[in-house]
Design a protein around this ligand. Structure first.
Ligand code: DX5
Ligand code: ZN
Length: 218
């Protein structure tokens, strides 16, 4: 199986110096940079849009994993692609036409992912499997960093891993990942771990140790 990738979420970074923070997690061993976009409508919080993504893009060459918690999605796909996303994921709960959204992301030449909230069943990904590069299973309800891992998602991770079969699809989890919970998710079949507060706690001098600890545990 593929090695575990660690994707620090910049939601937990110091927003007053995002460029510096992105360079710091790059140097600290982040595999991907996870960018949480929230619209105050699909989720009860607001973060940043494509202009901020574009501003931080020159600070690293690492893979930008852009998690859209917005509805509607389609009107913004092109802007996030042009701003420097490598992969764009969106919630199956966000709109009536997820397959159309996947096509719109692919049309921009980007990788595409679908996201499932904790209360959404694994079967929602089935019709989309042949068009996906990534499936993201939320292990908290989206909207905020620093929440507790929802253990009842673990069986769904295993179910989705089985549905993926031999397809080249990454299986990512997001929310409440720590040195205690990341190994549970990895054991169930996740191969990309998003971590916000567990990476950024302690400030820049702690990032490398925090990332290494999660990687080792997973
Ligand atoms: C939640 C976001 C997550 C969040 C993770 O809506 O999608 O990426 O920042 O933060 P932690 O790791 O602190 O739960
Ligand atoms: Zn996220």
């Amino acid at each position: 199986s593929a090695p575990i990738r660690i994707a620090p979420s910049i939601l937990s970074a110091d927003f007053s110096k995002l460029g510096e923070e992105v360079r710091a997690i790059d140097a600290a061993g982040a595999d991907w940079i996870h960018c949480d976009v929230m619209d105050g409508h699909f989720v009860p919080n607001i973060t940043f849009g494509p202009d901020v993504l574009k501003a931080i893009r020159p600070h690293t060459t690492k893979f930008f994993d852009v998690h859209l918690m917005i509805a509607p999605v389609d009107p913004y796909v092109e802007a996030f692609a042009k701003a420097g996303a490598d992969l764009i994921s969106f919630h199956v709960e966000a709109g009536p036409h997820p397959h159309r959204t996947l096509q719109a992301i692919k049309a921009q030449g980007k990788q595409a992912g679908i996201v499932l909230n904790p209360g959404t069943p694994a079967a929602m990904v089935e019709p989309l499997l042949d068009d996906l590069d990534l499936i993201l299973l939320m292990t908290v309800n989206p909207g905020f960093g620093g929440q507790s891992f929802i253990h009842s998602v673990l069986p769904k991770i295993a179910q989705v891993r089985a549905l993926i079969g031999e397809r080249p699809i990454s299986l990512e989890i997001d929310g409440g990942a720590t040195v205690e919970t990341a190994p549970l998710a990895a054991k169930a079949g996740a191969d990309v771990i998003v971590a916000g507060s567990a990476v950024f706690k302690g400030g820049p001098s702690a990032y490398a140790g925090n990332i290494a600890a999660i990687r080792k545990a997973a």
